[in-house]
Design a protein around this ligand. Structure first.
Ligand SMILES: Cc1cc2nc3c(=O)[nH]c(=O)nc-3n(C[C@H](O)[C@H](O)[C@H](O)COP(=O)(O)OP(=O)(O)OC[C@H]3O[C@@H](n4cnc5c(N)ncnc54)[C@H](O)[C@@H]3O)c2cc1C
Length: 426
């Protein structure tokens, strides 16, 4: 069996036996779980609580069909037009800090068709295996389920508005990824999903995708990791990491020190803080998104996507989660109610029977975005300090596979070939 077909990492003589993971989001917890598959003793340090970062309020889509690098020519054209308007779905404050400026310069440089194709080609091998990694977790006892997204509908006001998405899906298919999609009329879309209003004049139905309930899933993964013997220490922030030659010393924000054989940094939008001193120069910028939940008369059977409005809706229990917005600001800045209002205004015409004024769980969280749109996965300048993050819009879909591949890297001391484009030192 080749390394890419193995389901879990295999114990390698001389491999680290005791590994710290910093960050208890989807990515960190997945790394922890797959390290445990090889009998590694894991300690997870989380400065807040489990899933306190982006892994909580996201849309929960497991959609390899859409998992592509964020910088592309259309985003740039759109961005220049609209980023300074707080009602726009992509917002940039006037005051930019150094990380943001470096990020934006790099982002603009990568927003070409050629670079997008190169980035997409790097994603294809991951996208092909992303859903299978959830099945490995399920078979290994993680109880939270993933749901088939049947149907998954991307909805538009007019037929011609669907052209951009159809072209993008065709480009993704051209890079060799299998993607099943077909345009449908507005009437057909409403027949499939009566929660859509008659303002939806056209849609694209994408097949073979899934979704999950993010808070439930992350909680369930954390419980599984704990049950398998890991310590998941909440309210314990990591202030510093030091490679001491034979291991890594983790210093917590309260000054305690603990030695581990290796460390995986999975701190989401704040990856740069701990990884920077180990040669990771790529800026990781918070692309903040917002979400809330509302009651609906008829729950959609699957996720609803409004690409022109950049809004994602996902059935979560008895409420519909509505998510959107890309706001390039600092992760810790407070929630801005104008963004919630912008999402409500954008989606209101397209939903029927949703009470968008009865909102609960209003939330803001930070997508960890890189300038080239590719995650940072693998060892740093220290062979004992690894990073796993920077997935931007797709850290839920790619979290488990990331855990699988990064665990393999930690155990073997070298990254598998499919991680080469994601080298954190690029
Ligand atoms: C509105 C919105 C919708 C989205 N929809 C989707 C979607 O449908 N599908 C998808 O795949 N992705 C989606 N995403 C993106 C996805 O949420 C992220 O890519 C993913 O959650 C990142 O996971 P992570 O574990 O890397 O980071 P996080 O979940 O942010 O976890 C990082 C953790 O590290 C902790 N931490 C940080 N610094 C320290 C420190 N020094 N010491 C200890 N702990 C620390 C934080 O408290 C946090 O818990 C969406 C994001 C947003 C905002």
């Amino acid at each position: 069996m080749s390394s890419s077909q193995q389901h879990g990492p295999v114990f390698v003589p001389g491999a680290p036996r005791q590994v710290a993971v910093v960050g208890a989001g989807m990515v960190g917890l997945s790394c922890a779980w797959f390290l445990q598959e090889a009998g590694v003793q894991v300690t997870v340090y989380e400065r807040d609580s489990i899933g306190a970062g982006a892994s909580w309020g996201n849309a929960g889509w497991l959609t390899p069909a859409l998992t592509a690098p964020l910088p592309e020519p259309a985003v740039l054209r759109y961005g220049l037009r609209a980023v300074l308007d707080p009602r726009s779905p992509v917002y940039l404050p006037l005051r930019a800090d150094r990380t943001l400026l470096r990020f934006l310069t790099g982002f603009a440089a990568h927003s070409t068709a050629r670079r997008w194709r190169r980035g997409m080609a790097a994603y294809v091998p991951l996208n092909e295996r992303a859903l299978e990694a959830f099945d490995v977790l399920a078979a290994g006892g993680v109880p939270a389920a993933t749901q088939r997204a049947e149907p998954f509908l991307a909805c538009f006001r007019r037929e011609r508005d669907a052209r951009v998405l159809l072209a993008e899906l065709a480009h993704i298919r051209d890079t060799g990824q299998e993607v099943g999609f077909q345009p449908v009329t507005g009437q057909r879309a409403r027949a499939l999903e009566p929660a859509l209003s008659d303002r939806v004049g056209a849609a694209v139905q994408i097949s073979g995708q899934r979704y999950l309930h993010p808070p439930e899933y992350v909680r369930s993964l954390a419980s599984a990791v704990r049950q398998r013997g890991a310590e998941v220490a909440e309210d314990v922030g990591v202030a510093d990491l030091q490679d001491t030659g034979g291991g890594v010393t983790v210093t917590t924000t309260t000054g305690e020190r603990e030695r581990h054989d290796a460390v995986v940094v999975a701190t989401g939008a704040e990856l740069g803080r701990l990884a920077g001193r180990f040669g990771v120069r790529q800026p990781v910028q918070a692309g903040r998104g917002y979400s809330f939940s509302v009651p609906v008369q008829q729950m959609p059977r699957g996720p609803l996507y409004f690409p022109a409005q950049r809004v994602a809706c996902t059935p979560l229990g008895d409420r519909l989660r509505v998510a959107g917005m890309m706001e390039f600001r600092r992760p810790g800045d407070p929630l801005d109610p104008r963004r919630i209002a912008a999402i409500v205004d954008a989606v209101r015409p397209f939903l029927s029977g949703a009470d968008l004024d009865d909102r609960r769980d209003e939330w803001v969280g930070s997508r960890p975005c890189t300038a080239d749109g590719l995650p940072l996965l693998g060892p740093t300048a220290s062979p004992r300090v690894h990073v796993a993050g920077g997935h931007g819009m797709w850290g839920i879909a790619l979290g488990p596979l990331t855990g699988q591949l990064v665990a393999q890297t930690v155990l073997k001391g070298e990254a598998p070939p499919e991680l080469a484009p994601f080298d954190p030192l690029r």
